[in-house]
Design a protein around this ligand. Structure first.
Ligand SMILES: Nc1ncnc2c1ncn2[C@@H]1O[C@H](COP(=O)(O)OP(=O)(O)O)[C@@H](O)[C@H]1O
Ligand SMILES: C[C@@](O)(CCOP(=O)(O)O)CC(=O)O
Ligand SMILES: [Mg+2]
Length: 327
């Protein structure tokens, strides 16, 4: 039995545009998904109590043929379990053990579908735990690469390497196409996260931006402008010039909003943080609902968000300089 964990992330800059080859800077945060893998004779049994589908908690003990004992469409359950199934397939492939059976348990403290990268953390931790259980130790970058293939597969062929690389390596990272690197010398950033209790559909939101980009040149220009923000932001990252970083985050949020991926509650949390004099605030991840990230070393944005209608939870998130690790 092996337990591994991997962190979630916020995007300082660059989500969505990163899917089209622009750079992005995601930062790992101290919230994790933990996966325990135990080798069994055959098949795959999954226990995922955090996974709620239409109010049902899923205890999926499938052998590939029997169906989970829940009253929801099987396609929903399959979509929910796709990340674990594909991660286990990667582990079997890496260990050259195509028939290996697993019992997999998943739990974590990252809200699901909220832009904090729970899917990447799950996949990274699952690949690490399952390969170690088979006696194979992959490097963090090999895990990142295999985890990317899983997200790409499950998200219908549309995913960047950003979330999975960040979760595997930890810290602040920079991803541009296949070029993934860790940014050294960034140990702390004063992140405050507001969560509206909702979620966005990553695949649908990515597809929406793709359609806009194909329809309008100015939408393609907007995607490129997000890349310009990232390049500008890199110059001040690692300094304490939070004012410039915040201004660039605000600009980034405006462009994401123009691309149709914000929402009323995300906007209202962003404005609450700005009104409380945060250096800057933006949505994080795919959008549609879920989380915003503000930059504020005081308690002002945190307090303001506590009293913001539509904000269900607010918390500080420390930069996590550890990536995937064995527990
Ligand atoms: N703790 C968990 N248990 C089971 N499934 C999880 C867990 N965390 C994430 N997932 C899977 O990841 C999906 C969310 O991924 P996604 O839509 O990309 O949002 P995000 O990565 O921003 O959280 C969930 O619907 C579920 O399938
Ligand atoms: C929108 C996107 O840039 C980030 C998605 O992040 P999340 O799954 O919403 O945490 C998609 C991607 O990079 O694969
Ligand atoms: Mg995700």
């Amino acid at each position: 039995m092996v337990t591994s964990s991997a962190p979630g992330k916020v995007y300082l800059f660059g989500e969505h545009a990163v899917v089209y080859g622009e750079p992005a800077v995601p930062c790992a945060i101290e919230r994790r998904v933990r996966v325990t893998a135990t080798e069994i004779d055959e098949g795959l049994r999954i226990h995922a109590n955090d996974l709620q589908l239409d109010g049902f908690t899923v205890e999926y003990s499938g052998d590939g043929e029997s169906h989970p004992d829940v009253d929801v469409a099987e396609s929903l359950v399959e979509a929910g379990m796709g990340y674990v199934n594909e991660a286990v397939a990667q582990a079997r492939d890496a260990a050259d053990a195509p028939e290996a059976g697993f019992e997999i348990s998943v739990e974590g403290d990252i809200p699901l579908g909220a832009g904090l990268g729970s899917s990447a953390a799950l996949v990274v931790a699952a690949i690490d735990a399952a390969t170690r259980e088979l006696g194979v130790e992959l490097s963090a970058s090999e895990i990142a690469d295999r985890a990317y293939r899983v997200e790409h597969e499950v998200q219908d062929g549309q995913a960047s390497r950003a979330d999975t690389f960040c979760s595997a390596m930890g810290g602040a990272v920079r991803v541009e196409g296949n070029d993934c690197r860790r940014l050294e010398g960034i140990d702390t950033l004063p992140f405050v996260i507001g969560y509206d209790g909702g979620a966005g559909d990553t695949g649908a939101l990515v597809a929406g931006v793709r359609d806009l980009r194909e329809e309008y040149d100015f939408a393609a220009d907007t995607v490129e402008a997000i890349g310009d923000i990232v390049r500008e932001g890199e110059a001040v990252l690692g300094t304490d010039d939070y004012e410039t970083l915040g201004e660039l985050m605000n600009f980034n949020h405006g462009l994401l909003s123009a691309l149709g991926v914000s929402s009323r509650s995300l906007d209202s949390m962003v404005w609450a943080a700005r009104d409380a004099d945060a250096h800057g605030a933006k949505l994080t991840g795919a959008g549609g609902g879920g989380c915003i990230v503000a930059l504020d070393e005081t308690d002002d944005a945190l307090t303001a968000l506590k009293y913001t209608p539509g904000c269900e939870n607010v918390f500080r998130a420390e930069l996590d300089t550890d990536g995937v690790r064995q527990e």
